[in-house]
Design a protein. Structure first.
Lengths: 222, 222
DNA sequence: TAAATAATTACGGTTTCCCGTAATTATTTA
DNA sequence: TAAATAATTACGGGAAACCGTAATTATTTA
C-alpha cells in the first residue's frame, strides 16, 4: 500500500475525515494534510528534500478565497506543479465537480489516476480508488464512469474549443479567422469556421450560435 | 433560542458536524437531520402533525443523485414546499454557491433569512447566522455581503431574465416577441426587444448577444 | 504517378442581427 | 386638461450570420 499520502482540501472537517478513514481502511501509514494548495506544495517540496517523497496526492479542485496571498489557486494548478517535479506521483481528485466532460479532461490533460465525486458514497469510493490506483489501475466514480462511457460526450478537438471560446468572448467569425491566421492555426477561413460551427450545432442540436455557446457552457466545456 | 431545528445536507459528516456545533454553541435543544430533501419534508410534516413544529430550517442547495426516486431534488424546492405550509419558518441556506446574483435571488425569491457560504469559516458563520436570524435579523456571509453591496450586480428584472433565457435557448428575437405576445408580456415588439438587449449589452459591456449570454451564464444569472 | 477522396476556401443569396432615427402611444407633471 | 416626458413601436440601411453550392487545394489510395 502507499507509504505516504498528501491530502489537500480546504474544509478541515472533511480533511480529517479522509485522513482517519484512509488510515483505518487502507492501512496507509503516513498521511499529511493541507488546507491550501500552497501549503500542500511546500509540504511536497519539503518531503522530497528530506528524501521521503509522497506516493499519492488526493486533492479537491476548488478552494475558497482567503485573506492570504495565494500562488496556487486550484487543485489543477497544484497537480500540474507537483507533476512537473515528480511525474510518477499518483493523483486522485476528490471533488464536487460531476460534469463528464470536465472529468474526462482531467484524465486527458492532467493524466490523473482517479476521480471521486464528493457525495453520499464519496468516502467509500475514495477508499476503493486508493486501492485501485495502488494496483496500477484508474478509478472513476461509478455514476460518472457510466455517463462518460455512454459516449454522449461528443469529442471536441482543441480547435473546436478554441473556436467556441472566442465565440463566447464576443468575437465575430471574421475576427476568429484573423486570430487563427495570426497564430497559424488552420483552417482559418470564414467559410471553414462556419462549417465547423455547423457541425458543432448539428452535434449539439443547437438552433444557433447563441444556443450552442449556452449549451456548451452548461456542459462545462467552456 | 430556537427550540427545534431541521438540518438537511447530503454529506453525513457535515450534517453531524453542524448538529454537534449548533448544540454546543447556540444551545438549540432539538436538532433533527436529513440527508434527502424528501426525508426532510417528511420529518417536517410529521413534526407539524405531532404539534411540535420546527422553528428553523438549515439546508444545502444541491444534492447528489441517488438510487432512490426523488420528488424534491434541490434545497430550493424543499424551501418552497415547506414555506408553502409554514410561511413563518426561518430558513438559512448553507451551501458552496457563492455567486452574488444567485444568493441575492434567494433572498428575493425564497425570502430566506440567512445565507452562509461553505468554506473555511463556514461553521463559525453558521453559528453567527443562527443567533442573528433568531433575533429577527438576516445574515449573509461577510465576503458575499460585501460583493453584493458593491452594487456591481446590475439589477435584472424578470423581463430581462426571461429575455436572456429565451435567447440562450436559441430563439430569435422575432420568436421571443411572439412568445411575449402570446403570454401578454409587454413590451413585445422586435424593436423593444432589441432596445432591451442593447441596454443589457451596454451594462455588461458585452460585444454582442453571444458574449452577453456567455457572461450572464458565468455570473450565474441564467 | 494518376485518380479518387477529403479538406479547405470562395462566393452569392437570404435571414437575422445591429444601430440609428423617427413616429406613435402611454404616463407624468404643471 | 395641456404640455412634457417616457415608453413603445416602426422602419431602413448596413453588418454579421446562415446556408447551399462550387471551385480549389491537400491527402489518400490504387
Amino acid at each position: 500500500m502507499f507509504k505516504k499520502v498528501l491530502v489537500t482540501e480546504d474544509l478541515g472537517s472533511i480533511n480529517h475525515g479522509i485522513a482517519n478513514i484512509l488510515h483505518e481502511r487502507t492501512g496507509v501509514k503516513e498521511i499529511q494534510q493541507a488546507q491550501y494548495c500552497d501549503d500542500a506544495y511546500l509540504k511536497f517540496r519539503r518531503a522530497r528534500r528530506d528524501g521521503s517523497h509522497f506516493d499519492l496526492l488526493i486533492t479537491d479542485l476548488s478552494f475558497k478565497e482567503s485573506h492570504r496571498e495565494r500562488n496556487l489557486v486550484s487543485g489543477i494548478q497544484l497537480i500540474d506543479a507537483i507533476r512537473a517535479i515528480q511525474p510518477d506521483i499518483k493523483v486522485i481528485i476528490y471533488s464536487m465537480e460531476d460534469r463528464p466532460a470536465k472529468v474526462k479532461s482531467f484524465f486527458a490533460e492532467q493524466g490523473i489516476d482517479g476521480y471521486v465525486c464528493k457525495g453520499r458514497y464519496g468516502l467509500n469510493e475514495l477508499i476503493q480508488s486508493v486501492t485501485e490506483v495502488y494496483n496500477g489501475r484508474t478509478f472513476t466514480s461509478p455514476l460518472l464512469a457510466s455517463a462518460i462511457s455512454k459516449n454522449n460526450v461528443f469529442e471536441l478537438k482543441d480547435y473546436d474549443l478554441l473556436l467556441l471560446k472566442h465565440l463566447s468572448d464576443g468575437l465575430t467569425q471574421e475576427q476568429i479567422g484573423e486570430y487563427f491566421k495570426r497564430n497559424h492555426i488552420s483552417p482559418n477561413s470564414i467559410s471553414s469556421i462556419e462549417k465547423r460551427l455547423n457541425k458543432l450545432k448539428y452535434n449539439f442540436k443547437a438552433k444557433n450560435a447563441i444556443h450552442l455557446v449556452a449549451m456548451t457552457k452548461d456542459l462545462g466545456l467552456l
